[in-house]
Design a protein around this ligand. Structure first.
Ligand code: ATP
Ligand code: MG
Length: 292
């Protein structure tokens, strides 16, 4: 089955009236089972590897993939599976947790800016500056503990942050960093099931965190914050993908399709060899053959 429409189906480019409830976390498109999607996913992973090789050789574009989600939506698994075929030399993953003292000494885009991918590379953000309009919005006391001068923290703070993020991403796009953002859309029911699994299965106990259960109590506030975040920061050059996340195999298929689509759209090619370089290669070959 083809995956070429998958990316577009879940893409949000600009949608002021975006509603999260229009997206079903249990959706699996035309796919009926994990087995039916395995081959398509393997093909996607292999294609990503080929394209990454060209991205690296061409050394011009950079790709930034941002993952945001409620706990247990499967961010870690996605990163592990979808990126499994690529060359680690051209890819880096960064996870962003609560900011350190040093990070709080700076503006909210500082810490992630340091870790942006260089040309030719794929950068993955497991959480990102978007936490600044999510966890910080759901828990306003975090905003108070940040060191921004109080006179600059007014009623419009979220609108201002959205505007700053949009400008920042436009700047990155104009410099050659392609940004794709994923919201892994898990349902409340499925999150509960996965938390219980973490409690019941010894090999999954390590994944359990009491904080996650506390955050779950704020489910509706988070959904609202995600909805507003997507409505305000989905743009043509940095779209959001609202990826159904109740079935991990389908989440992986969609993310992989988006990565492949994005890299294909760059029309990547190995650098062309010019006459001078060709002569250099020929001379090198002669030398190699003529000597022991
Ligand atoms: P994850 O939950 O992503 O799998 P983890 O469990 O390994 O990662 P945690 O210790 O849960 O790591 O750290 C992530 C926590 O840090 C999340 O609760 C997140 O909301 C919080 N966080 C991230 N960025 C910020 C920020 N800018 N301000 C406050 N809290 C933040
Ligand atoms: Mg966590």
């Amino acid at each position: 089955m083809k995956t070429d429409k998958l990316a577009k189906t879940y893409q949000v480019e600009s949608e002021k009236h975006f509603r999260l409830k229009d997206f079903d976390p249990a959706d699996t498109g035309h796919w009926r089972s994990k087995e039916s999607a395995t081959e398509a996913l393997q093909q996607g992973i292999a294609r990503t590897a080929e394209l990454q090789d060209k991205l690296y050789a061409q050394d011009s574009w950079a790709l930034l993939l941002i993952f945001q989600a409620m706990d247990a939506a499967g961010k870690d698994g996605i990163i592990k599976h979808v990126m499994s075929g690529i060359n680690p030399q051209g890819c880096q993953v960064f996870s962003f947790k609560a900011p350190s003292d040093l990070e709080l000494q700076h503006d909210f885009l500082w810490r992630t800016t340091r870790d942006l991918p260089e040309r030719g590379h794929i950068g993955i953000f497991n959480r990102s500056y978007y936490e600044e309009v999510l966890v910080v919005r759901v828990h306003p006391e975090i905003l108070k503990s940040q060191k921004t001068p109080p006179s600059l923290v007014g009623k419009k703070i979220w609108e201002e942050r959205f505007e700053d993020i949009r400008s920042f991403e436009r700047h990155m796009a104009r410099s050659g960093t392609v940004i794709r953002k994923f919201f892994l859309n898990v349902s409340r029911k499925e999150q509960k099931r996965r938390f219980l699994e973490r409690l019941d299965e010894p090999e999954k106990n390590w994944k359990f965190s009491a904080t996650d259960i506390r955050e779950r109590q704020c489910w509706d506030d988070y959904q609202k914050a995600y909805e507003e975040m997507i409505a305000n920061t989905a743009t043509e050059h940095a779209p959001w993908y609202v990826v159904p996340a109740d079935n991990k195999w389908f989440t992986r298929l969609v993310v992989s399709a988006v990565v492949v689509d994005t890299l294909e759209s760059l029309r990547l090619a190995y650098p062309k060899v010019d006459d001078a370089k060709r002569k250099e290669l020929e001379a090198a070959k002669k030398l190699l053959i003529s000597k022991k």
